[in-house]
Design a protein around this ligand. Structure first.
Ligand code: S6P
Ligand code: ZN
Length: 208
């Protein structure tokens, strides 16, 4: 039986065997140089996700940058770990905090780990079966996304929320379900406090 370890730099399936490496990572720009892809996501990428449509429409002409994602690409196979850094900026649309699009992994039974380097926030998670959870981010805190849970990061603080993440190379991303129906919960500022409340726009329509 072949495996990806092989001998003398060749795996059993004929591909090069991955080499160990190390990276400097952190919150300063020069600690982001080791990554090889860099994605910018602006407000327009989250059409239909924020509950305050009027506030969204007002902000749309300037299309503010909500977050950036730096990734170290790895082969998209089981056994590898893709990893990188997300920088989520502070701000709100109406009373709802800036957040990432959110997704399931295409291979649903794959987990993910987040480690907070800077800022304050929440990781909002939910399952198709109707369960949900919100775990806090603060520097030094790790959040484990269990297999089969959709996940969305939310910046509830006044500075950048900076997160390190790692997930299986073969996980892939499934954005469709969240784009169509959103998360069951939203995170808002009310009377100066941070509240997790029902999403008035959430739709129970089954998405296939
Ligand atoms: C990937 C991982 C993160 C997110 C990133 C942006 O599995 O969860 O890298 O991609 O935080 O979020 P999104 O929902 O726009 O991919
Ligand atoms: Zn993920």
């Amino acid at each position: 039986m072949t495996n990806r370890c092989g001998t003398q730099g060749q795996s059993g399936d004929g591909h090069a065997v991955s080499r160990p490496f190390a990276l400097e990572i952190g919150v300063s720009p020069d600690q982001l140089r080791g990554f090889d892809t860099h994605v910018h996501r602006r407000l327009s990428a989250l059409q239909g996700q924020f509950s305050a449509q009027e506030a969204y429409d007002k902000m749309l002409p300037s299309d503010p940058l909500l977050y950036e994602v730096y990734t170290k690409q790895r082969p998209e196979v089981a056994g590898e770990l893709a990893h990188g850094i997300t920088i989520l900026y502070p701000g709100r649309v109406g009373n709802e905090f800036f957040m990432t699009k959110g997704h399931y992994h295409a291979l649903r039974e794959t987990a993910e780990i987040y480690y907070c380097l800077k800022g304050r926030g929440l990781l909002l998670m939910e399952t198709d079966a109707g369960d949900w959870a919100a775990e806090e981010f603060s520097p030094g805190r790790m959040v484990y996304v269990a297999p089969c849970w959709a996940h969305r990061s939310i910046n509830t603080g006044g500075e950048e929320l900076i997160l390190f993440f790692a997930f299986p190379g073969n996980a892939g991303h499934d954005y469709a379900a969240i784009e169509q129906r959103g998360f069951r919960k939203i995170v808002v500022q009310r009377n100066g406090s941070i509240e997790v409340v029902d999403n008035p726009r959430w739709s129970s329509a089954v998405v296939r």
